[in-house]
Design a binder for this molecule. Structure first.
Ligand SMILES: *Cc1c(COP(=O)(O)O)cnc(C)c1O
Length: 323
């Protein structure tokens, strides 16, 4: 079995919200992976369990990763690094704002070394991170490069495990009856979670169909990315099956990555008010909005809540007019 360090608080609950079911018109079971931990919570923590085990086995002293300026993944990596006595180096796309908030505030709080880069430099992120790892090795703080979103075959194994966890919860009667779900719906940003869920869903007999809702790029891009990650996973663990059927939707991205439309923002506010379930404007809000607009509607759905609360807290001015 592939080595793993325990970082996440597991199992996360599966919950159902009457008001949400009524509104969406489906039986929606919410897998609360926004509750995998404290400030480090979210889907990235399950991937980091495998990635950090590999980093430590190789003697790394610095975790190097990248993302947008408000990256949830970079924040989770920085907090985990501090917890494991490692350093973190984050390449973040964009510019440092005058006031730190959300993920960026947490990155700085735990002492991450932050380097901001332009969108052009971001395209060469893999080379940038590799160079940094090499120079850190010279400084006796060997670096370990974690790709964007922790999305490679190793990280994605975290979601095979997550689906095993849901299958066990279903067996225990915690997801209503024991039928499979008609679909699993989740936000998709770098593809690793979708890849892990799709392989795990088939392995655990949880659902025949997985519906990743793209928050950036498009369907053909993610088809390639997810297929690559799935083949990496199956190279690491040849006992893994093929992925379940994937229906990648790219019509719910809103105006741009990180920016929700007025309709999506109103939706997120309404969900918060009716259910107390907090979605974020970058990922989970768009994914739930996608689920609400699926046609035909699946009768019984597993919605994966992947986290993102710090990103919500960094959008006070964008949300302000809707409150
Ligand atoms: C990173 C992230 C996602 C997307 O997961 P990927 O594995 O990158 O596709 C979804 N939701 C939240 C809150 C995230 O931080």
């Amino acid at each position: 079995m592939t080595a793993r360090v325990p970082l996440a608080h597991l199992p996360t609950p599966v919950q159902r919200f009457e008001a949400l079911d009524r509104w969406i018109g489906s039986e929606v079971w919410v897998k609360r992976d926004d509750m995998t931990g404290g400030a480090e919570a979210g889907n990235k923590l399950r991937k980091l369990e495998y990635l950090v085990a590999d980093a430590e086995r190789r003697g790394a002293r610095t975790l190097i990763t990248c993302g947008g300026i408000q990256s949830n993944h970079a924040r989770a990596t920085a907090i985990v690094a501090a917890r494991r006595g490692l350093r973190s180096l984050l390449f973040l796309r964009g510019e440092l704002p005058g006031t730190l908030s959300g993920n960026l505030l947490l990155d700085r709080l735990v002492g991450a070394d932050i380097r901001t880069i332009s969108p052009e430099q971001y395209r060469a992120r893999s080379e940038l991170m590799l160079q940094a790892a090499e120079s850190l090795t010279g400084e006796h703080a060997p670096g370990y490069v974690i790709p964007e979103g922790g999305s490679n075959g190793l990280g994605a194994l975290g979601y095979v495990e997550a689906m095993r966890e849901v299958a066990e919860q279903r067996r225990l009667g915690l997801c209503g009856d024991r039928r499979p779900f008609d679909a699993i719906v989740l936000a998709c940003g770098s593809g690793g979670t979708a890849a892990g869920v799709a392989v795990g869903a088939r392995r655990s007999g949880l659902a025949e169909r997985v519906v990743p809702i793209a928050v950036c790029d498009d369907r053909s891009y993610f088809e390639v990315v997810i297929a690559r990650i799935v083949s990496e996973m199956r190279a690491i663990d040849p006992t893994l099956p093929e992925a379940a059927e994937l229906t990648i939707l790219d019509g719910f991205k809103g105006p741009a990555y990180g920016i929700a439309s007025h309709e999506q923002t109103r939706f997120l506010v309404e969900v918060a008010r009716r259910t107390g379930l907090l979605l974020d404007p970058v990922y989970t809000g768009k994914a739930m909005f996608g689920l609400a607009n699926l046609d035909p509607k699946p009768r019984r759905v597993l919605f994966l809540h992947t986290g993102g609360l710090p990103g919500l807290l960094a959008q006070a001015s964008e949300l302000g007019t809707h409150l």
